[in-house]
Design a protein around this ligand. Structure first.
Ligand SMILES: [Zn+2]
Ligand SMILES: [Zn+2]
Length: 137
């Protein structure tokens, strides 16, 4: 199924396919630094159509990944792995995201003790995530 979304100022619009309506949380320290809290993300499938691409700035947050944001309003848009065909969009920039189901929490071992979600979800540690992406040694 296809979803649409936009940044806060509407200068960037996009659409992409998803498998089903769910989102995941990441508690890693980079996501918390970037977004001010744990990230809530939706995985896209295949190619992404952008409108206003010139208003997107990407920041290379690690050797293997970059994070994109609107360079006018600052909305955080996506996290993309450079070598893999993988791009996660932030839940809040997707239209009608209130319908999405909260499925899993990754980097659960990086989550500080001063907050936690009450939703019952699947949980994965950093090690399990890296293994799933084939990054482990
Ligand atoms: Zn914007
Ligand atoms: Zn993260």
């Amino acid at each position: 199924m296809k979803v649409n979304g936009s940044c806060l100022c509407q200068s960037v619009k996009f659409s992409f396919e998803i498998k089903d309506k769910h989102f995941d949380a990441c508690h890693c320290s980079m996501c918390r630094k970037w977004g001010g809290g744990p990230s809530l993300t939706v995985e896209s499938i295949g190619s992404i159509e952008f409108e206003g691409k010139e208003n997107i700035t990407t920041y290379q947050s690690s050797e293997w990944a970059e994070r994109g944001f609107c360079n006018i309003c600052g909305s955080h848009l996506f996290y993309r792995l450079k070598q893999h065909d993988f791009c996660n969009f932030n839940l809040g920039v997707i239209d009608d995201h209130e319908e999405f189901e909260f499925k899993s929490q990754i980097y659960i071992d990086s989550k500080p003790n001063n907050y936690s979600f009450s939703n019952k979800t699947k949980e994965m540690t950093e090690k399990e995530v890296l293994k799933a992406f084939g990054f482990s040694e």
